[in-house]
Design a protein. Sequence first.
Length: 219
Amino acid sequence: MLDLSLFFSKELQIFSVFGNTMSLIELLGTTTGLLCVYLASKNHILTWPFGILTSICFFFLFFQIQLYSDMLLQIYFFGSSVYGWLVWRKKTGIYVKIQSLGKTKNIILLFVMIFGIYFLGQITSRLPLWLPSIFVKPPEFLYWDAFTTVGSIIANFLLAQRKLESWFLWVFVDVVCIAIYFLKEIPFVTLEYIVFLLIAFYGCYHWYQEYKLNRHSME
């Protein structure tokens, strides 16, 4: 009988490159994640089903390497992927146009992020105290991990709402993720986020061009 716990284990290694091993769960999460972000940069609705698969894989991966904020983030990603799938296409089959938040909402968003980072950092720092049988080790990179989580939540929500600022925020999140995952010695996920960063730059450009086109068509 198939042992599903083994399937989701980081210890199930499938190949090695230059001394770095790749687990099955890391390979699946990386592959579906790349497809998800690339399709999002192309403004394609199939980004969301791939996002669902990615969130499942990374939930189990991040739990095993004590990045608890990132682990909890995958629960949000799962729900937001379902939400985004519904929002991106209306019942009429017409896509929602790309828009900008504007200066005032961006300032409010900044303060929300700062509060969210502090709050999540405080919560995850206490997980080993509240649930010691589950969270055996303390979290690492506490507030940086919280930043990537809060930033990703906001960026993904803005992406689902087709807001231009989502891609600019993704750039900052990807830079911090690259540093954390490199230090945590998960090289394939690190490489994935380098690709994510490049796609985020492309997404900034592609969405901004479409945003300008939409704005001019309304004038």
